[in-house]
Design a protein around this ligand. Structure first.
Ligand SMILES: [Zn+2]
Length: 293
């Protein structure tokens, strides 16, 4: 068992009494209510009837329901020919490629706070995959600017939303709400989420300023906005906070109460100005391909 995976399990297992639910805890691994349960976190309210499901143990199965895969290592930096950025196999791109082969249109929403350059590269020439990434810029892997919109027939099917370091919840929501209409215009059959939590305010790798409330509300929004949703774990490097981020996100997807409460964060006016400059400087690239509000 990889060390990081073991550490993550230990962090979750060490915390059973923090569960505030008297019953129906959204987390199958909750030891308080589900002693002895295994480690596949399944989202109860939506289905991916014919998608592949990557279990946390690394097996690939055909699922009955959607879910949340606790994957380590993460996958979204992995390219077809080489590993990168802690990633070996691109879990979400493998599932997405399979779904496209089955004739499905897939929205990949990547809220890990690095650009998923592997996923972006794999999907950039497809008009059957809309890859939408919200990430810190500048940061690894060094690109992901708003004017990178795909290639060939995939032009207009890549949405990069770069956020300046220091961005808080309010700026994330402004960016999310700005581009959400494009995701709906695409009319995806399935929504695949690259769920990374390294934008959390106490994560050691990046400089974003997101709260636990953001991850809970994001789960709620995605679960409410789309019918067929599943997620795979990407980054998140504060090992004490990561389980709380995941718990909140999965609870939100299931429209259940937030397990952990934390006040939303605010963004300073200078960063708002920076973001607006980024946004309106690059939107003309996308304008011929989609209707932006
Ligand atoms: Zn990341």
């Amino acid at each position: 068992m990889p060390i990081f995976w073991a550490t993550l399990l230990e962090a979750i297992q060490s915390d059973p009494n923090d569960c505030r639910h008297s019953r129906n805890c959204p987390m199958l691994p909750c030891r308080k209510q589900n002693p002895g349960s295994h480690w596949s976190m399944k989202k109860r309210t939506s289905t991916v009837s014919d998608g592949l499901w990557i279990q946390a143990n690394g097996w690939i199965r055909k699922p009955r329901t959607g879910g949340f895969a606790l994957c380590r290592p993460p996958g979204h930096h992995a390219h077809p020919g080489h590993s990168s950025g802690f990633c070996i196999f691109n879990n979400v791109a493998i599932v997405t490629s399979y779904l496209v082969q089955q004739g499905k249109k897939v929205l990949v929403f990547d809220f890990d706070s690095h650009l998923g350059d592997g996923t972006s590269r794999i999907c950039e020439a497809s008009d059957q995959v809309l890859y939408w990434s919200v990430h810190q810029f500048p940061a690894f892997p060094g690109h992901g600017w708003i004017n990178e919109i795909g290639v060939g027939k995939g032009k207009g099917f890549t949405l990069n939303t770069p956020l300046p370091p220091g961005s808080g919840d309010d700026l994330f929501w402004a960016a999310f709400d700005h581009f959400l209409p494009v995701a709906h215009q695409f009319k995806p059959d399935v929504v695949a989420i690259s769920a990374g939590f390294d934008g959390y305010q106490y994560d050691p790798l990046l400089d974003l300023n997101f709260s636990l409330d953001l991850y809970y509300q994001l789960g709620r929004r995605l679960g409410a906005e789309f019918d067929r949703v599943f997620a795979t774990l990407e980054g998140g490097y504060n090992l004490q906070a990561l389980p709380r981020c995941i718990y909140n996100f999965v609870a939100g997807m299931n429209q259940m109460p937030a397990p952990y409460l934390e006040s939303p964060t605010q963004t300073g006016s200078r960063l708002w100005e920076t973001f607006e400059t980024i946004l309106y400087g690059g939107l003309h690239e996308l304008a011929p391909y989609c209707r932006l509000t």
